[in-house]
Ligand binder design. Sequence first.
Ligand code: SF4
Length: 477
Amino acid sequence: MRFPWVDYVVSGEADLLIGPLCWDILNRGRDIPPADLPFGVFGPAHREAGYPAASTRDLVPRAVIENMGDLPLPDFSDYFAELNASLYADRIHAGLPMEFSRGCWWGERSHCTFCGLNGGSMTYRQKPARQAAEEMIEMSARYGSSRIEAVDNILATDYLKKALPRLTALPEKLAIFFEVKANLKRHEVEKLAAAGVRWIQPGIESLDTRVLKLMRKGTSSAHNVQLLKWCRQNGVRVSWSLLWGFPGESDAWYAEMAPLLPLLHHLQPGPAVRLRYQRYSPYHYTAEKHGLKLRPAVSYRYVYPLSERDLADQVYYFEDSEDDDVGGHFAAGSANRRPGLSAVAKGIDAWLKAWYEPKLSMLSMRDSGDEIIVEDTRAIAVEREHRVRGLAREILLAADEGSPETRLREQLSGTNVMQAEIEAAIADMIARKLIVRLDARLVGLALWHPYTPIPPMTAFPGGYFDRRAAPLGTSRE
Ligand code: SF4
């Protein structure tokens, strides 16, 4: 209504209707009667006849693709023709964006409170696993690039069993990126790496289980640390962020998180990012329940000459009008008000800095059967080398699996070991900074030697522009 110069709008997924629609518009112009337009398409005549309502949350009808398997492969031939004729041809290492699913299978069960990614189409739809694998192979051959960037919100669970074996068997591996649910298991990370999925974006989002519960993430701090460890072990690069600013979070939780961060310098860090409120997220549609008074993010006012009310109907990002720290980033001025968060922000900065040092920190171990030798080059290391035997070795092995502490104590006391000895051995491993206690679990931090180097930034499956025209693969981790 506010943009009368726009003739037609497709609400939702236009893949199958856009061709016939354009043909119809070319032949009939602006005056196609609403009844002749496909579901989800609005035209000038709707301004007079009125817009239809639907049962979606924002009452806007949406065109939805039910069967992803019906969608054609993207045609990038004009892009590659232009690229090959370009002066930059030898510097651009193109990736192939591909889509295998829409919606989110986790969000269908437990919509993450901050997420508005799927609009009104959370229902998960995916291409069959075998079709997905064959399409990756075909596109790679067609365009001569092994880089595949899946644009999906979340990897389909059956791809692990049904798509990856085909890719693992390829003589020349593809280089694949997927967004994944963070609850992957160790053997699943191994499978991904073996199939060429060497870059992932898991929804880690926090290293505090209470914050993760607030966002209904369905994972825990212990599991997130384990995932970072398995990815480093298997040479899988991880893109992730530590989100903060959730309604109901306590600064004390961040104060407890801060001492954990220096222990993780051998794992991959993610930046600390302030939560933003998105349209279609639970925080948006149940704002009141979360004590939020949302208004359109202030930057929109500089773009659209609309009233606050019209902006609220249209924009994607919102701010809490009662938050005195709106605008995004944690400022030095907020440090006094939130000392815990301030400590985490500093801890993340130090972690990122350590990650970009010429030589990466490492914490790794080898087991000879009766002794584990641990090498530790982290800045926080108590010793450069630890020799761990007997009861402490048993604890270190169990902690590698993130064992619940009560279960481990029961197992060990069944071997006639006194509780006091177990207590002392656990305390010793924690004091040596080889394990941490998280969510009532003991989590081992060391990788097994040998481990696989993670791919360099130049290997990003979405493509890479070589500014210096340096040979690929010369960059460090
Ligand atoms: S954040 Fe990710 S897992 Fe959560 S609902 Fe959104 S897409 Fe799904």
